[in-house]
Ligand binder design. Structure first.
Ligand SMILES: Cc1ncc(COP(=O)(O)O)c(C=O)c1O
Length: 233
């Protein structure tokens, strides 16, 4: 997984995938929370299979999953028992126009438009924007006394995992953000429940305006005058 949505950690696929290749192993990379927001070089990093989604950093509706395979991976194909995931049938569908399933044409048009927007912005400029807004958020959070879960250098730009300060009712803070500011941030999952907030800055939501709004909203939720309801008894 390149981008761990549950912890906000960026895994160094550029370093890991070539090691797997040296040892004859195939790699499969989940780029669901990174594609379009963080550098990803499927060919240059020797990734064998990579899939993502449309609804995160591309900013299109959900429902499609871009996927790509290396020639090495295709050579090692085995007989597929699933009709829907049979690559040969999907290849024939795309390349030879042989019927396989009926796609949602509206989703394809939406993805086409989202990719045109990415192209207009430029992929590298888009990555740089995600990086800039991530750093702006981290700096603003530090001014509020808040810190990030992953160490410096291992943080995603797209999914920001923020430590919940001791004694704060994190769910009440999220409710305040939603009710008062129309901002939804994620809760911690599994062992991180109650310990982190997860802030997505993906696609159009990676903007200075939204970073500033969130910082202001958090400041108001955590200010001593307002914090009453959010401090655990
Ligand atoms: C890293 C990662 N992989 C996979 C998924 C599942 O994606 P979907 O909800 O599009 O099935 C998610 C969802 O957030 C994710 O963050």
């Amino acid at each position: 997984m390149q981008a761990e949505t549950s912890t906000g950690v960026l895994n160094p696929i550029d370093a890991l995938a070539p090691i797997a290749r040296e040892h004859g192993a195939l790699t499969i990379v989940d780029a669901v929370s990174s594609f379009g927001g963080q550098p990803l070089d499927v060919g240059g990093w020797a990734i064998d299979a990579c899939y993502s989604c449309t609804q995160k950093c591309l900013g299109a509706p959900s429902g499609l999953s871009p996927v790509v395979f290396s020639s090495r991976a295709l050579e090692r194909r085995v007989k597929c028992r699933s009709f829907y995931f049979d690559l040969q049938l999907l290849d024939d569908f795309w390349l030879k126009r042989k019927y396989h399933h009926t796609m949602s044409s509206t989703l394809v048009y939406a993805l086409y438009e989202a990719l045109a927007i990415v192209e207009e912005e430029g992929l590298e400029s888009r990555w740089a924007r995600h990086e800039r807004n991530h750093h702006a958020l981290v700096t603003g959070l530090a001014e509020l006394g808040l810190s990030m879960l992953p160490p410096h250098g291992e943080r995603l730009w797209t999914l920001n995992a923020v430590r919940v300060p001791d004694g704060i009712d994190e769910a009440a803070v999220r409710r305040h953000l939603l009710d008062e500011y129309n901002i939804e941030i994620g809760a911690g999952l599994g062992p991180l429940t109650g310990k982190i907030w997860r802030v997505g800055l993906m696609g159009a939501s990676s903007s200075p305006r939204l970073v500033l709004l969130l910082l202001e909203a958090l400041k108001s939720a955590l200010s001593p005058a307002r914090a009453g309801p959010y401090v655990r008894a």
